[in-house]
Write a protein that binds this ligand. Structure first.
Ligand code: GDP
Length: 472
C-alpha cells in the first residue's frame, strides 16, 4: 500500500495509529482499514477481484476443450424430516449394481458413488438435509449440482420442504421433486404438486419446468426412474471436468482417527487425485498415503466427481474447505503455512457481509445490484406483508430479493443461508436462537429485529438511498 501511494511505511503506521489502529510493519490490513488509510492520503481504493484472503487460490489455467469430458453429477437429497431422505439414500446405496457385486457399500464416509446399469455414475452426498448443504455453502463451497427434494405424498409441503427449496434456489441449484411414500394409504401426489404450484413451482405434469417422480423409497418403487431423471438433468447441465490435470475439490468431512491419524473424505471435483499426491486444504497439508472408496477398497486414482477417503493430512480441515494438489512439497508447505498465518491474524474472522450501513457504500462503488434478505416472523400475515413491501422498494439500481421467508425464530440455518448468499436477516417479532446469534456474530451477519412493519420498511428504504448515518 505504501508503495502504491508512494509514501513511507512509517507514514502508514502513524496514520493507522492516529485512527486508533495499532499495526506492525508485517501485518496485513483489512479492506476497511486500507480504504480508511488511503482516504487519509486522498486516494480512493478500488479492489479488483478481492477474495477471501484465506481461500485457496485454485489456478484458473484454461482447460483445453479436448480435455473436458462429461463427469458424474453430485446430488444432495433434501426435504422435511421423516419424508424419507435417509430411506432413499439407503435404498440407492444398497441397490447399486457395481457395489452389489462387491458386497454393497460398507462404510459411511459422507458421500458415495453409484454406477447404473447404463454404466453412468451419480455421486450422492450422504448427509441428508439442507443443513450440511447450507453450512458448506456458507464457507463458499459449491459442491451440489442437483438437489432432490423429497416430499411425502401422505403429508404435505412442510416448513423444511420450503426451506430446502429456498436454499436450493439461493444456490442456483436445479431441483428434482421426489414425491415419496406413494405406497401408503392416503398418499396424494397431486395434492403435493398443487401445493408446489401455489409456491410458483410447477412440475412438468403441471406444465412447468421442474421434473418430478413419484416413488416409494421403502418399496424401492420407481427409484430407477428418479435416477434417470437425475441423468436427464445432468445432460442439460453439460457437466464437464478435466481429468488430465492435478486434482482440486472440497472436503466433505474430516476427523482424527485413533489408529490412522487424520482421515478426510474429499470430493474430487476437477483433475485426478493419485496416491502420493501432495495436497493442501486450508492450513493443513500432507501426502496422500492411502485412498479408499465407500466400499473400503483401496484405490490409487480418483477421477472427477469421485468421493474418496484419504489418509495423510496433518490436520482436519473444516467441511466445505477446498483442497488442491501441489506439484512441489515445499510450495505446499509454504502455502498452508501462509494461510494458517492469515487465519491467525484475522482471528478466524469471517468474510465481511452486507449490513444496512454497508449498502450505501456498496451502491456508491457501483457494482451492487441485489439486496438479499431473509425474513422470519411470528405470523404468516406479517411475513408476507413485509416481503411484499420490501420487494416493492426495488429500484432500477438495486433489486430487493427475498431469498427465504418463513414463520419461526431465526435459526442457524438462516444464518448459514445468509452467509452463503450475502444476505441480511430481518426478524419481525421473533428473535434468533442463542446458537444462531452466536453464529451470526462469528460470520458477521446482520440481524435486524423489528416489531413495526413501517419501521422496517423505512429503515431499509433509507439504507438503500444511502441515507443511513453510519454507526461507528
Ligand atoms: P428422513 O427423516 O427424511 O431421513 O426420513 P426417513 O428415511 O428416516 O423415513 C421416515 C419414516 O418414513 C421411516 O419410518 C421410513 O421407514 C418411512 N418411509 C420412508 N419412505 C417410505 C415410503 O416410501 N413408504 C412408506 N410406507 N414409508 C416410508
Amino acid at each position: 500500500l505504501a508503495g502504491l501511494m508512494e509514501v513511507s511505511f512509517a507514514d502508514i503506521i502513524s496514520k493507522c495509529m492516529n485512527l486508533g489502529i495499532m499495526v506492525s510493519i508485517n501485518q496485513r490490513l483489512e479492506a476497511d482499514v486500507i480504504e480508511l488509510v488511503a482516504s487519509e492520503f486522498d486516494y480512493e481504493v478500488e479492489f479488483i477481484g478481492v477474495d477471501d484472503a484465506a481461500e485457496l487460490e485454485v489456478d484458473e489455467e484454461e482447460d483445453d476443450p479436448a480435455n473436458l469430458k462429461p463427469r458424474a453429477p453430485i446430488v444432495t437429497i433434501m426435504g422435511h424430516v421423516d419424508h424419507g431422505k435417509t430411506s432413499l439414500l439407503d435404498y440407492i446405496r444398497n441397490t447399486n449394481v457395481i457395489a452389489g457385486e462387491a458386497g454393497g457399500i460398507t462404510q459411511h464416509i459422507g458421500a458415495y458413488e453409484v454406477t447404473l446399469p447404463s454404466g453412468r455414475a451419480i455421486t450422492f452426498l450422504d448427509t441428508p438435509g439442507h443443513e450440511a448443504f447450507t453450512a458448506m455453502r456458507a464457507r463458499g463451497a459449491k459442491v451440489t449440482d442437483i438437489a432432490v427434494i423429497v416430499v411425502a405424498a401422505d403429508d404435505a409441503v412442510m416448513p423444511q420442504t420450503k426451506e430446502a427449496i429456498s436454499h436450493a434456489q439461493a444456490a442456483n441449484v436445479p431441483m428434482i421433486f421426489a414425491i415419496n411414500k406413494v405406497d401408503k394409504d392416503g398418499a396424494d401426489p397431486e395434492r403435493i404438486k398443487q401445493q408446489l404450484a401455489s409456491m410458483n413451482i410447477l412440475v412438468e405434469s403441471w406444465g412447468g419446468k421442474y421434473q418430478s417422480q413419484e416413488i416409494s423409497a421403502k418399496k424401492g418403487m420407481n427409484i430407477d426412474l428418479l435416477l434417470e431423471k437425475i441423468l436427464l438433468e445432468t445432460d442439460i447441465l453439460e457437466l464437464t471436468a478435466n481429468a488430465e490435470k492435478q486434482a482440486s475439490g472440497t472436503i466433505i468431512e474430516a476427523s482424527l482417527d485413533k489408529g490412522r491419524g487424520y482421515v478426510a473424505t474429499i470430493l474430487v471435483q476437477n483433475g485426478t487425485l493419485r496416491q502420493g499426491d501432495m495436497i493442501v486444504s486450508g492450513q493443513f497439508f500432507g501426502k496422500v498415503k492411502a485412498m479408499y472408496n465407500e466400499r473400503n477398497q483401496r484405490i490409487d486414482i480418483a477421477p472427477p466427481s469421485t468421493p474418496v477417503l484419504i489418509l495423510g493430512l496433518n490436520g482436519a480441515p473444516q467441511a466445505g474447505e477446498t483442497f488442491k494438489v501441489f506439484a512441489d512439497e515445499s510450495d505446499a508447505r509454504e502455502n498452508a503455512y501462509k494461510r494458517g498465518q492469515i487465519l491467525r491474524e484475522q482471528g478466524m474472522r469471517a468474510k465481511k457481509h452486507i449490513t444496512l450501513d454497508e449498502i450505501g457504500r456498496r451502491l456508491a462503488l457501483g457494482n451492487f445490484k441485489e439486496l438479499n434478505v431473509i425474513i422470519k416472523g411470528d405470523v404468516d400475515g406479517s411475513v408476507e406483508a413485509l416481503s411484499d413491501s420490501l420487494q416493492k422498494l426495488s429500484t432500477e439500481e438495486i433489486v430487493v430479493k427475498v431469498i427465504h421467508k418463513a414463520v419461526g425464530a431465526i435459526t442457524e440455518n438462516d444464518v448459514n443461508l445468509a452467509a452463503g448468499s450475502d444476505a441480511i436477516i430481518i426478524g419481525f417479532n421473533v428473535r434468533p436462537s442463542m446458537q444462531a446469534a452466536r453464529l451470526a456474530e462469528n460470520e458477521s451477519i446482520e440481524i435486524k429485529m423489528y416489531s413495526i412493519i413501517y419501521n422496517a420498511i423505512e429503515e431499509i428504504k433509507s439504507a438503500m438511498e444511502g441515507m443511513l448515518e453510519p454507526t461507528v
